[in-house]
Design a protein around this ligand. Structure first.
Ligand code: PMP
Ligand code: GLN
Length: 382
């Protein structure tokens, strides 16, 4: 958690957003949409505040939200979860990830994640005093090799932490990879923590939760967030679902992290989970079109990209410009180009940083004219 000079560090998202704000740059760094979630859902939160939802919510979340989460799992994935014992509401997906890792890991246990990985994973694995092993995802498909996966998992592995659809690559993993993770989890007696916050943001295929595959549910904690599905990233309402004994362990930790949060947001998210399917389809289509605008624009500017299959993000390669110091480029861009992006190397273990030289992550969850404006500015990048 310390930076390169040993000082307390801030996350890359905090750092780059501060630079974007300072230089009034277009922020394609931190992943947040520039369109607010549905007004009728926001109104529910406003009304809830005015009618008294201002004291502690129950530690597991209000029952109507737990019921809505269970109904959503049934409607989209034919998964049966008991709202009383198999669902816990969290302060964003971030807290559910933290509580899972603190609940399941003993010092010295190993955790396997794919690399590049979302930044909170390494931090929380470190705080749990566990060992972080990675399986590298290689361009252009970012699909892990099954052999690499098998080699990374051993009897010391306690948790396999997967993120699908995947931030920062925009990859969606095949059912074959997910089934292999389940087989290995059974073989080595591991728990699967599945961060599926981008579950509704896939472009060509429907999301397949790992918990919905044969043998998956019994050892998987599935995590999601209203931030991504409904464009309320600041509300920090997330949840975890899974078998009772695993959810009980998470709830036990979670009560000493935040206990509970967001009493007025919870009824609003309950309603949002019941929006007609068309809402999710239209939102994914608008993101797919943002991805295409940005990918086409970058390619026309001579910057190769790897086209995403989901999420808010795509990966661009600036090695052609002999600019492989992507961290320095990303720190300079808000001022020099007027656009912010995230260097991919921050999603890697220190010993693997050189594999991500010259790669930048751009967020495309922005209005089309903003993306077009960003593309114009990015012509300055070379
Ligand atoms: N996991 C991934 C992969 C993410 O991209 C994010 C980003 N926000 C989170 C977890 C955290 O979600 P939340 O904001 O709901 O805590
Ligand atoms: N998940 C968001 C991203 O990857 C950022 C969340 C944060 O700022 N911690 O950009």
């Amino acid at each position: 958690l310390l930076d390169e000079s040993g000082q307390p560090g801030v996350t890359i998202f905090e750092e780059i957003t501060a630079l974007a704000n300072k230089h009034e740059a277009i922020n394609l760094g931190q992943g947040f949409p520039d369109t607010e979630g549905p007004v009728e859902i926001r109104q529910i939160a406003v009304d809830a505040i005015l009618s008294g939802a201002n004291q502690y919510a129950p530690g597991s979340g209000i029952l109507p939200l737990r019921q809505a989460i269970a109904e959503h799992q049934k409607r989209y994935y034919s998964l049966d979860v008991d709202p009383d014992t198999e669902v816990v509401v969290s302060t964003g997906a971030t807290e559910a990830i933290a509580a899972s890792l603190l609940a399941f890991l003993e010092p010295g246990d190993e955790v396997v994640t794919f690399e590049p990985f979302y930044d909170s994973y390494a931090a929380m694995i470190g705080l749990a005093n566990a060992k972080h092993k990675v399986v590298q995802l290689k361009a252009p498909t970012f699909e892990p090799s099954i052999e690499d996966l098998r080699a990374a998992i051993s009897d010391k592995t306690r948790v396999i932490l997967i993120n699908n659809p995947h931030n920062p690559t925009g990859a969606v993993f095949s059912t074959q990879v997910l089934s292999e993770v389940i087989a290995l989890a059974h073989q080595h007696d591991c728990i699967i923590v599945a961060d599926e916050v981008y579950e509704h943001l896939t472009f060509e295929t429907k999301h397949v939760p790992i918990a919905s595959l044969p043998g998956g549910f019994e050892r998987t904690i599935t995590i999601s967030s209203a931030g991504k599905s409904f464009s309320f990233t600041g509300w920090k309402v997330g949840w975890a679902t899974g078998p009772e004994h695993l959810i009980t362990a998470i709830r036990t930790i979670k009560q000493f992290l935040t206990y509970s949060s967001g009493p007025a947001f919870q009824p609003a998210v309950a309603k949002a989970l019941n929006l007609p399917e068309k809402f999710f389809i239209d939102f994914a289509a608008s993101l797919a079109s943002g991805a295409q605008i940005l990918a086409d624009g970058l390619e026309n500017a001579g910057i190769p990209v790897i086209r995403p299959q989901g999420t808010y993000f795509l990966v661009a390669d600036i090695n052609n410009f002999k600019r492989n110091d992507a961290i320095e480029v990303a720190r300079a861009m808000p001022e020099s180009v007027g656009v912010a992006a995230i260097p991919m190397s921050v999603f890697a273990r220190p010993e693997n940083v050189s594999n991500y030289q010259g790669l930048l992550r751009f967020a495309f969850c922005k209005k089309p004219p903003i993306l077009t404006e960003a593309i114009k500015k990015l012509q300055l990048l070379p």
